[in-house]
Design a protein around this ligand. Structure first.
Ligand code: ATP
Ligand code: MG
Length: 452
Protein backbone atom coordinates (compact mmCIF):
# COMPACT_ATOMS: atom_id res chain seq x y z
CA UNK A 1 0.00 0.00 0.00
CA UNK A 2 2.62 2.51 1.13
CA UNK A 3 4.89 1.42 -1.69
CA UNK A 4 2.12 2.00 -4.20
CA UNK A 5 1.45 5.41 -2.72
CA UNK A 6 5.11 6.40 -2.92
CA UNK A 7 5.23 5.19 -6.51
CA UNK A 8 2.18 7.28 -7.33
CA UNK A 9 3.90 10.35 -5.94
CA UNK A 10 7.23 9.61 -7.63
CA UNK A 11 5.64 8.73 -10.94
CA UNK A 12 5.28 5.50 -12.87
CA UNK A 13 7.36 2.54 -11.79
CA UNK A 14 10.20 1.59 -14.12
CA UNK A 15 9.02 -0.87 -16.75
CA UNK A 16 11.36 -3.53 -15.44
CA UNK A 17 9.76 -3.25 -12.00
CA UNK A 18 6.17 -3.56 -13.12
CA UNK A 19 4.54 -6.10 -10.87
CA UNK A 20 1.04 -6.53 -12.32
CA UNK A 21 0.89 -8.09 -15.76
CA UNK A 22 -1.50 -7.24 -18.55
CA UNK A 23 -3.77 -10.28 -18.93
CA UNK A 24 -5.04 -11.26 -22.36
CA UNK A 25 -7.86 -13.69 -23.01
CA UNK A 26 -8.18 -16.03 -26.01
CA UNK A 27 -10.15 -13.46 -27.99
CA UNK A 28 -7.30 -11.01 -27.66
CA UNK A 29 -4.25 -13.21 -28.14
CA UNK A 30 -5.89 -15.66 -30.58
CA UNK A 31 -3.43 -18.47 -29.87
CA UNK A 32 -4.33 -21.58 -31.80
CA UNK A 33 -4.54 -24.33 -29.11
CA UNK A 34 -3.62 -26.93 -31.73
CA UNK A 35 -0.08 -25.53 -31.86
CA UNK A 36 0.37 -26.41 -28.20
CA UNK A 37 2.33 -29.49 -27.16
CA UNK A 38 0.17 -31.96 -25.26
CA UNK A 39 3.17 -32.79 -23.08
CA UNK A 40 3.63 -29.17 -22.06
CA UNK A 41 -0.05 -29.05 -21.15
CA UNK A 42 0.34 -32.23 -19.09
CA UNK A 43 3.19 -30.61 -17.18
CA UNK A 44 1.41 -27.34 -16.41
CA UNK A 45 -1.76 -29.25 -15.51
CA UNK A 46 0.00 -31.62 -13.10
CA UNK A 47 1.79 -28.74 -11.40
CA UNK A 48 -1.43 -26.75 -11.09
CA UNK A 49 -3.37 -29.73 -9.72
CA UNK A 50 -0.75 -29.91 -7.02
CA UNK A 51 -1.24 -26.31 -6.02
CA UNK A 52 1.60 -24.68 -7.96
CA UNK A 53 1.60 -21.94 -10.53
CA UNK A 54 2.73 -23.15 -13.95
CA UNK A 55 2.94 -21.52 -17.36
CA UNK A 56 4.36 -22.12 -20.79
CA UNK A 57 6.99 -19.40 -21.14
CA UNK A 58 9.56 -17.70 -23.35
CA UNK A 59 10.14 -18.58 -26.99
CA UNK A 60 7.15 -20.94 -27.13
CA UNK A 61 4.67 -18.20 -26.17
CA UNK A 62 6.31 -15.84 -28.64
CA UNK A 63 5.98 -18.39 -31.42
CA UNK A 64 2.37 -19.25 -30.48
CA UNK A 65 1.49 -15.56 -30.67
CA UNK A 66 3.11 -15.40 -34.10
CA UNK A 67 1.10 -18.43 -35.19
CA UNK A 68 4.23 -20.55 -35.52
CA UNK A 69 4.53 -24.06 -34.10
CA UNK A 70 7.18 -23.82 -31.33
CA UNK A 71 10.12 -26.19 -31.69
CA UNK A 72 10.29 -26.77 -27.96
CA UNK A 73 8.37 -25.86 -24.85
CA UNK A 74 9.64 -24.41 -21.60
CA UNK A 75 7.55 -24.24 -18.46
CA UNK A 76 8.03 -21.78 -15.58
CA UNK A 77 6.68 -22.53 -12.13
CA UNK A 78 6.89 -21.49 -8.49
CA UNK A 79 7.58 -25.12 -7.50
CA UNK A 80 11.20 -25.87 -6.59
CA UNK A 81 13.13 -28.38 -8.71
CA UNK A 82 12.71 -31.02 -5.99
CA UNK A 83 8.96 -30.44 -5.88
CA UNK A 84 8.74 -30.68 -9.68
CA UNK A 85 10.77 -33.87 -9.81
CA UNK A 86 8.46 -35.65 -7.37
CA UNK A 87 5.43 -35.10 -9.58
CA UNK A 88 6.71 -36.86 -12.70
CA UNK A 89 7.81 -40.38 -13.38
CA UNK A 90 10.68 -39.45 -15.67
CA UNK A 91 12.09 -36.17 -14.42
CA UNK A 92 15.72 -35.26 -13.96
CA UNK A 93 17.31 -32.33 -12.21
CA UNK A 94 19.94 -30.78 -14.47
CA UNK A 95 22.61 -28.21 -13.72
CA UNK A 96 24.56 -27.36 -10.62
CA UNK A 97 24.23 -23.64 -10.11
CA UNK A 98 20.72 -23.00 -11.28
CA UNK A 99 18.85 -26.25 -11.32
CA UNK A 100 16.19 -26.97 -13.87
CA UNK A 101 14.13 -30.09 -14.39
CA UNK A 102 13.85 -32.07 -17.59
CA UNK A 103 10.53 -33.86 -17.72
CA UNK A 104 10.70 -36.56 -20.38
CA UNK A 105 7.92 -38.04 -22.49
CA UNK A 106 9.62 -40.46 -24.83
CA UNK A 107 11.98 -38.32 -26.93
CA UNK A 108 10.22 -35.11 -25.99
CA UNK A 109 11.72 -33.02 -23.20
CA UNK A 110 9.85 -30.27 -21.38
CA UNK A 111 12.23 -27.97 -19.54
CA UNK A 112 10.78 -26.80 -16.24
CA UNK A 113 12.36 -23.79 -14.52
CA UNK A 114 11.55 -22.29 -11.16
CA UNK A 115 10.88 -18.53 -11.29
CA UNK A 116 14.15 -16.70 -10.87
CA UNK A 117 14.64 -13.77 -8.52
CA UNK A 118 15.93 -10.35 -9.48
CA UNK A 119 19.32 -10.48 -7.83
CA UNK A 120 21.28 -8.92 -10.68
CA UNK A 121 22.16 -5.80 -8.67
CA UNK A 122 24.03 -7.58 -5.92
CA UNK A 123 25.04 -10.70 -7.85
CA UNK A 124 28.78 -11.31 -8.16
CA UNK A 125 30.21 -9.87 -11.39
CA UNK A 126 33.52 -9.97 -13.20
CA UNK A 127 35.55 -6.83 -13.89
CA UNK A 128 33.55 -6.10 -17.07
CA UNK A 129 30.21 -6.33 -15.29
CA UNK A 130 29.27 -9.80 -16.48
CA UNK A 131 27.10 -11.56 -13.92
CA UNK A 132 28.86 -14.66 -12.69
CA UNK A 133 26.35 -16.30 -10.38
CA UNK A 134 22.72 -15.52 -10.26
CA UNK A 135 20.70 -18.33 -8.94
CA UNK A 136 18.03 -17.25 -6.54
CA UNK A 137 14.39 -18.18 -6.80
CA UNK A 138 11.86 -15.39 -7.00
CA UNK A 139 8.44 -14.12 -7.95
CA UNK A 140 6.94 -14.37 -11.40
CA UNK A 141 7.33 -10.65 -12.08
CA UNK A 142 11.02 -10.89 -11.16
CA UNK A 143 11.39 -13.86 -13.47
CA UNK A 144 9.85 -11.79 -16.27
CA UNK A 145 12.21 -8.86 -15.68
CA UNK A 146 15.25 -11.14 -15.92
CA UNK A 147 14.39 -12.38 -19.37
CA UNK A 148 16.05 -10.76 -22.36
CA UNK A 149 13.45 -9.35 -24.76
CA UNK A 150 9.88 -8.23 -24.16
CA UNK A 151 8.62 -10.79 -26.68
CA UNK A 152 10.39 -13.57 -24.76
CA UNK A 153 8.91 -12.67 -21.38
CA UNK A 154 5.29 -13.70 -21.66
CA UNK A 155 3.53 -16.56 -19.85
CA UNK A 156 0.69 -18.68 -21.16
CA UNK A 157 -1.61 -20.72 -18.96
CA UNK A 158 -3.18 -23.49 -21.08
CA UNK A 159 -5.93 -24.05 -18.48
CA UNK A 160 -7.30 -20.51 -18.36
CA UNK A 161 -5.99 -19.75 -21.86
CA UNK A 162 -4.61 -16.47 -20.58
CA UNK A 163 -1.41 -14.74 -21.61
CA UNK A 164 0.38 -12.75 -18.89
CA UNK A 165 2.43 -9.89 -20.26
CA UNK A 166 4.66 -7.87 -17.90
CA UNK A 167 6.68 -5.86 -20.43
CA UNK A 168 4.40 -4.95 -23.31
CA UNK A 169 5.59 -7.95 -25.24
CA UNK A 170 2.29 -8.28 -27.07
CA UNK A 171 2.64 -4.76 -28.42
CA UNK A 172 6.14 -5.53 -29.65
CA UNK A 173 4.94 -8.79 -31.24
CA UNK A 174 2.33 -6.80 -33.15
CA UNK A 175 4.84 -4.16 -34.23
CA UNK A 176 7.42 -6.85 -34.94
CA UNK A 177 9.95 -5.14 -32.72
CA UNK A 178 12.79 -6.64 -30.73
CA UNK A 179 13.17 -4.66 -27.51
CA UNK A 180 15.42 -5.40 -24.57
CA UNK A 181 13.77 -5.37 -21.16
CA UNK A 182 15.36 -2.71 -18.93
CA UNK A 183 18.39 -0.66 -19.92
CA UNK A 184 19.96 -2.36 -22.97
CA UNK A 185 23.57 -1.41 -22.11
CA UNK A 186 23.25 -2.91 -18.65
CA UNK A 187 21.62 -6.04 -19.94
CA UNK A 188 24.32 -6.62 -22.59
CA UNK A 189 26.99 -6.03 -19.97
CA UNK A 190 25.39 -8.47 -17.51
CA UNK A 191 25.37 -11.14 -20.20
CA UNK A 192 27.08 -10.33 -23.52
CA UNK A 193 25.62 -13.45 -25.10
CA UNK A 194 22.50 -11.32 -25.53
CA UNK A 195 24.41 -9.55 -28.34
CA UNK A 196 24.24 -12.77 -30.31
CA UNK A 197 20.68 -13.44 -29.28
CA UNK A 198 19.45 -10.10 -30.57
CA UNK A 199 20.95 -10.84 -33.97
CA UNK A 200 19.55 -14.36 -34.03
CA UNK A 201 16.01 -13.27 -33.20
CA UNK A 202 16.08 -10.30 -35.58
CA UNK A 203 17.18 -12.49 -38.47
CA UNK A 204 14.98 -15.43 -37.63
CA UNK A 205 11.78 -13.56 -36.87
CA UNK A 206 12.48 -10.76 -39.33
CA UNK A 207 11.80 -8.26 -36.55
CA UNK A 208 13.20 -4.74 -36.39
CA UNK A 209 15.56 -4.05 -33.52
CA UNK A 210 14.33 -1.11 -31.47
CA UNK A 211 16.82 1.79 -31.80
CA UNK A 212 17.71 1.83 -28.10
CA UNK A 213 18.33 -1.92 -28.17
CA UNK A 214 20.30 -1.61 -31.41
CA UNK A 215 22.48 1.36 -30.53
CA UNK A 216 24.91 -0.23 -28.03
CA UNK A 217 25.55 -3.43 -30.02
CA UNK A 218 28.59 -2.24 -32.02
CA UNK A 219 30.27 -0.62 -29.04
CA UNK A 220 29.66 -3.56 -26.77
CA UNK A 221 30.65 -6.25 -29.30
CA UNK A 222 34.11 -6.80 -27.74
CA UNK A 223 32.46 -7.95 -24.50
CA UNK A 224 31.80 -11.27 -26.22
CA UNK A 225 35.51 -12.05 -25.86
CA UNK A 226 35.03 -12.21 -22.16
CA UNK A 227 32.31 -14.89 -22.18
CA UNK A 228 33.36 -18.50 -21.54
CA UNK A 229 33.91 -20.21 -24.90
CA UNK A 230 31.43 -22.99 -24.17
CA UNK A 231 28.55 -20.53 -23.78
CA UNK A 232 29.49 -18.67 -26.94
CA UNK A 233 29.56 -21.99 -28.70
CA UNK A 234 26.07 -22.96 -27.46
CA UNK A 235 24.60 -19.66 -28.57
CA UNK A 236 26.46 -19.76 -31.87
CA UNK A 237 25.14 -23.24 -32.55
CA UNK A 238 21.57 -22.07 -31.86
CA UNK A 239 22.19 -19.31 -34.36
CA UNK A 240 23.61 -21.60 -37.02
CA UNK A 241 20.82 -24.14 -36.59
CA UNK A 242 18.04 -21.57 -36.51
CA UNK A 243 17.11 -22.13 -40.15
CA UNK A 244 18.27 -18.56 -40.79
CA UNK A 245 22.00 -18.99 -40.45
CA UNK A 246 22.84 -17.07 -43.60
CA UNK A 247 20.70 -14.10 -42.57
CA UNK A 248 22.20 -14.25 -39.06
CA UNK A 249 25.74 -14.27 -40.38
CA UNK A 250 25.04 -11.34 -42.66
CA UNK A 251 23.66 -9.41 -39.72
CA UNK A 252 26.54 -10.42 -37.44
CA UNK A 253 28.91 -8.94 -40.00
CA UNK A 254 26.85 -5.80 -40.23
CA UNK A 255 26.99 -5.36 -36.47
CA UNK A 256 30.72 -6.09 -36.34
CA UNK A 257 30.12 -9.13 -34.16
CA UNK A 258 31.70 -11.81 -36.32
CA UNK A 259 35.25 -10.84 -35.38
CA UNK A 260 34.99 -12.19 -31.91
CA UNK A 261 33.19 -15.38 -32.86
CA UNK A 262 34.78 -17.14 -35.72
CA UNK A 263 37.93 -15.09 -35.96
CA UNK A 264 39.02 -16.80 -39.15
CA UNK A 265 35.69 -16.34 -40.78
CA UNK A 266 36.15 -12.65 -41.55
CA UNK A 267 39.16 -13.55 -43.68
CA UNK A 268 37.25 -16.31 -45.46
CA UNK A 269 34.30 -14.10 -46.25
CA UNK A 270 36.51 -11.49 -47.80
CA UNK A 271 37.55 -13.81 -50.63
CA UNK A 272 34.90 -14.30 -53.31
CA UNK A 273 35.39 -18.09 -53.45
CA UNK A 274 35.31 -18.42 -49.69
CA UNK A 275 32.17 -16.36 -49.44
CA UNK A 276 30.52 -18.41 -52.18
CA UNK A 277 31.37 -21.64 -50.39
CA UNK A 278 30.08 -20.48 -47.00
CA UNK A 279 26.93 -19.06 -48.57
CA UNK A 280 26.17 -22.34 -50.34
CA UNK A 281 26.83 -24.33 -47.17
CA UNK A 282 24.57 -22.14 -45.06
CA UNK A 283 21.78 -22.04 -47.65
CA UNK A 284 21.93 -25.79 -47.69
CA UNK A 285 21.84 -26.02 -43.89
CA UNK A 286 18.97 -23.54 -43.62
CA UNK A 287 17.00 -25.55 -46.15
CA UNK A 288 17.52 -28.75 -44.19
CA UNK A 289 16.57 -27.16 -40.88
CA UNK A 290 13.40 -25.72 -42.36
CA UNK A 291 12.48 -29.15 -43.71
CA UNK A 292 13.04 -30.64 -40.27
CA UNK A 293 16.03 -32.72 -41.43
CA UNK A 294 18.97 -33.32 -39.11
CA UNK A 295 22.06 -31.15 -39.46
CA UNK A 296 25.50 -32.10 -38.23
CA UNK A 297 27.42 -29.36 -36.42
CA UNK A 298 30.68 -30.94 -37.61
CA UNK A 299 29.67 -30.51 -41.24
CA UNK A 300 28.61 -26.95 -40.57
CA UNK A 301 31.83 -25.87 -38.89
CA UNK A 302 33.92 -27.81 -41.41
CA UNK A 303 32.22 -25.70 -44.10
CA UNK A 304 32.64 -22.40 -42.31
CA UNK A 305 36.36 -22.92 -41.94
CA UNK A 306 37.23 -24.82 -45.11
CA UNK A 307 38.72 -21.94 -47.02
CA UNK A 308 40.97 -21.14 -44.13
CA UNK A 309 42.14 -24.75 -44.19
CA UNK A 310 42.65 -24.53 -47.96
CA UNK A 311 44.79 -21.47 -47.65
CA UNK A 312 47.00 -23.03 -45.01
CA UNK A 313 47.12 -26.33 -46.89
CA UNK A 314 48.50 -24.49 -49.91
CA UNK A 315 50.97 -22.59 -47.77
CA UNK A 316 52.34 -25.75 -46.13
CA UNK A 317 52.74 -27.37 -49.54
CA UNK A 318 54.44 -24.32 -50.93
CA UNK A 319 56.84 -24.64 -48.02
CA UNK A 320 57.72 -28.15 -49.21
CA UNK A 321 55.36 -30.34 -47.15
CA UNK A 322 53.70 -33.36 -48.78
CA UNK A 323 50.00 -32.91 -49.52
CA UNK A 324 48.53 -35.21 -46.86
CA UNK A 325 50.66 -34.11 -43.90
CA UNK A 326 50.20 -30.54 -45.10
CA UNK A 327 46.44 -30.95 -44.88
CA UNK A 328 46.68 -32.30 -41.34
CA UNK A 329 48.91 -29.44 -40.28
CA UNK A 330 46.46 -26.97 -41.79
CA UNK A 331 43.56 -28.62 -39.97
CA UNK A 332 45.43 -28.53 -36.65
CA UNK A 333 46.29 -24.91 -37.00
CA UNK A 334 42.73 -23.86 -37.91
CA UNK A 335 41.19 -25.92 -35.12
CA UNK A 336 43.65 -24.59 -32.55
CA UNK A 337 42.98 -20.98 -33.46
CA UNK A 338 39.27 -21.60 -33.29
CA UNK A 339 39.01 -23.38 -29.96
CA UNK A 340 40.35 -20.36 -28.12
CA UNK A 341 37.24 -18.38 -28.91
CA UNK A 342 34.80 -21.12 -29.61
CA UNK A 343 35.01 -24.29 -27.56
CA UNK A 344 34.49 -26.81 -30.33
CA UNK A 345 33.53 -30.03 -28.64
CA UNK A 346 35.89 -32.90 -29.29
CA UNK A 347 33.36 -34.89 -31.30
CA UNK A 348 32.66 -31.93 -33.56
CA UNK A 349 36.36 -31.22 -34.10
CA UNK A 350 36.95 -34.86 -34.97
CA UNK A 351 34.06 -34.85 -37.46
CA UNK A 352 35.51 -31.73 -39.06
CA UNK A 353 38.90 -33.36 -39.37
CA UNK A 354 37.36 -36.48 -40.95
CA UNK A 355 35.47 -34.45 -43.52
CA UNK A 356 38.51 -32.39 -44.46
CA UNK A 357 40.87 -35.38 -44.54
CA UNK A 358 38.58 -37.21 -46.95
CA UNK A 359 38.77 -34.47 -49.58
CA UNK A 360 42.07 -35.35 -51.26
CA UNK A 361 40.98 -38.99 -51.24
CA UNK A 362 38.05 -38.14 -53.50
CA UNK A 363 40.52 -36.85 -56.01
CA UNK A 364 42.43 -40.15 -56.18
CA UNK A 365 40.39 -42.15 -58.60
CA UNK A 366 42.77 -45.03 -59.26
CA UNK A 367 43.19 -48.62 -58.09
CA UNK A 368 41.62 -49.57 -54.78
CA UNK A 369 41.45 -46.04 -53.38
CA UNK A 370 37.84 -45.22 -54.30
CA UNK A 371 36.64 -48.60 -52.97
CA UNK A 372 38.35 -47.96 -49.65
CA UNK A 373 36.74 -44.57 -49.45
CA UNK A 374 33.30 -46.14 -50.01
CA UNK A 375 33.73 -47.91 -46.69
CA UNK A 376 34.46 -44.73 -44.76
CA UNK A 377 31.83 -44.29 -42.04
CA UNK A 378 31.54 -40.58 -42.83
CA UNK A 379 31.45 -41.04 -46.63
CA UNK A 380 28.10 -39.29 -47.05
CA UNK A 381 29.22 -36.15 -45.23
CA UNK A 382 32.53 -36.14 -47.11
CA UNK A 383 30.73 -36.53 -50.42
CA UNK A 384 28.25 -33.75 -49.65
CA UNK A 385 31.21 -31.56 -48.78
CA UNK A 386 32.87 -32.48 -52.08
CA UNK A 387 29.75 -31.38 -53.95
CA UNK A 388 29.83 -28.02 -52.17
CA UNK A 389 33.40 -27.59 -53.31
CA UNK A 390 32.32 -28.34 -56.88
CA UNK A 391 29.33 -26.05 -56.77
CA UNK A 392 31.32 -23.17 -55.35
CA UNK A 393 33.71 -23.44 -58.27
CA UNK A 394 36.68 -24.53 -56.20
CA UNK A 395 37.12 -27.81 -58.08
CA UNK A 396 35.77 -29.23 -61.30
CA UNK A 397 32.16 -30.41 -61.18
CA UNK A 398 33.30 -33.49 -63.07
CA UNK A 399 34.77 -34.99 -59.87
CA UNK A 400 31.49 -34.63 -58.02
CA UNK A 401 29.54 -36.12 -60.92
CA UNK A 402 31.99 -39.00 -61.15
CA UNK A 403 31.47 -39.81 -57.46
CA UNK A 404 27.72 -39.53 -57.78
CA UNK A 405 27.91 -42.16 -60.53
CA UNK A 406 30.46 -44.29 -58.73
CA UNK A 407 28.45 -44.45 -55.53
CA UNK A 408 25.27 -45.37 -57.40
CA UNK A 409 26.94 -47.94 -59.68
CA UNK A 410 27.19 -51.71 -59.23
CA UNK A 411 30.42 -53.74 -59.51
CA UNK A 412 31.08 -53.86 -63.28
CA UNK A 413 29.90 -50.27 -63.73
CA UNK A 414 32.35 -49.18 -61.08
CA UNK A 415 35.20 -50.87 -62.93
CA UNK A 416 34.11 -49.09 -66.07
CA UNK A 417 34.07 -45.74 -64.31
CA UNK A 418 37.53 -46.39 -62.95
CA UNK A 419 38.81 -47.32 -66.38
CA UNK A 420 37.35 -44.17 -67.83
CA UNK A 421 40.15 -41.70 -67.63
CA UNK A 422 39.03 -38.80 -65.51
CA UNK A 423 38.91 -35.53 -67.38
CA UNK A 424 40.81 -33.86 -64.62
CA UNK A 425 44.51 -34.52 -64.97
CA UNK A 426 46.89 -34.94 -62.07
CA UNK A 427 44.53 -36.67 -59.69
CA UNK A 428 46.96 -36.05 -56.90
CA UNK A 429 45.90 -34.60 -53.63
CA UNK A 430 46.91 -31.00 -54.12
CA UNK A 431 44.05 -28.54 -53.89
CA UNK A 432 43.21 -27.24 -57.32
CA UNK A 433 42.97 -23.73 -58.45
CA UNK A 434 39.59 -22.73 -59.74
CA UNK A 435 39.37 -24.09 -63.23
CA UNK A 436 36.37 -22.52 -64.78
CA UNK A 437 34.39 -19.49 -64.05
CA UNK A 438 30.73 -20.15 -63.46
CA UNK A 439 31.22 -23.90 -63.72
CA UNK A 440 28.27 -24.38 -61.45
CA UNK A 441 25.87 -22.89 -63.92
CA UNK A 442 26.97 -24.98 -66.82
CA UNK A 443 26.89 -28.32 -65.09
CA UNK A 444 23.78 -29.38 -63.32
CA UNK A 445 24.75 -29.74 -59.66
CA UNK A 446 23.73 -32.91 -57.91
CA UNK A 447 21.36 -32.25 -55.02
CA UNK A 448 23.40 -31.62 -51.92
CA UNK A 449 22.05 -33.39 -48.92
CA UNK A 450 24.76 -32.31 -46.56
CA UNK A 451 25.28 -33.27 -43.00
CA UNK A 452 24.25 -36.86 -43.36
P1 ATP B 1 14.18 -20.44 -29.66
O1 ATP B 1 12.79 -20.65 -30.15
O2 ATP B 1 15.10 -20.02 -30.74
O3 ATP B 1 14.69 -21.54 -28.78
P2 ATP B 1 13.88 -19.06 -27.18
O4 ATP B 1 13.33 -17.70 -26.89
O5 ATP B 1 13.13 -20.24 -26.66
O6 ATP B 1 14.08 -19.14 -28.74
P3 ATP B 1 16.06 -20.02 -25.62
O7 ATP B 1 17.52 -19.80 -25.82
O8 ATP B 1 15.53 -21.39 -25.75
O9 ATP B 1 15.35 -19.05 -26.66
O10 ATP B 1 15.69 -19.41 -24.22
C1 ATP B 1 14.43 -19.60 -23.60
C2 ATP B 1 14.01 -18.34 -22.85
O11 ATP B 1 14.89 -18.10 -21.75
C3 ATP B 1 14.01 -17.07 -23.67
O12 ATP B 1 12.79 -16.89 -24.36
C4 ATP B 1 14.26 -16.00 -22.63
O13 ATP B 1 13.05 -15.65 -21.97
C5 ATP B 1 15.15 -16.70 -21.62
N1 ATP B 1 16.58 -16.49 -21.87
C6 ATP B 1 17.42 -17.33 -22.51
N2 ATP B 1 18.67 -16.85 -22.58
C7 ATP B 1 18.65 -15.67 -21.94
C8 ATP B 1 19.64 -14.69 -21.63
N3 ATP B 1 20.89 -14.83 -22.03
N4 ATP B 1 19.24 -13.60 -20.93
C9 ATP B 1 17.96 -13.46 -20.52
N5 ATP B 1 17.00 -14.34 -20.78
C10 ATP B 1 17.32 -15.43 -21.47
MG1 MG C 1 13.85 -22.30 -26.74
Amino acid sequence: MIKKFIRRILGKPKKSERVEPVVLGPQEHRINPQLLSSNAVRVTQTLQENGFKAFVVGGAVRDLLLGVKPKDFDVATNATPEQVKKLFRRAFIIGKRFQIVHVMFGQDIIEVTTFRGSSADNAPKDEHGRVLRDNTFGEQHEDAARRDFTINAMYYDPASQQVLDYHEGIKDIRNRTLRMIGVPEERYREDPVRLLRVVRFAAKLQFTIDPATQAPIKVMAPLINNVPAARVFDEMLKLLLSGYALACLTQLRKEGLHHGLLPLLDVVLEQPLGEKFVTLALENTDERVRQGKPVSPGFLFASLLWHQVLEKWNAYQAAGEYPIPALHLAADSVLDAQTEKLALQRKIASDMRDIWAMQPRFERRIGKSPYKLLEHPRLRAGYDFLLLRCQSGEIDMEIGDWWTDFMAADGPEREELLARKPKTEGEASAPKKRRRRGGRNRTKPAPVEGNS
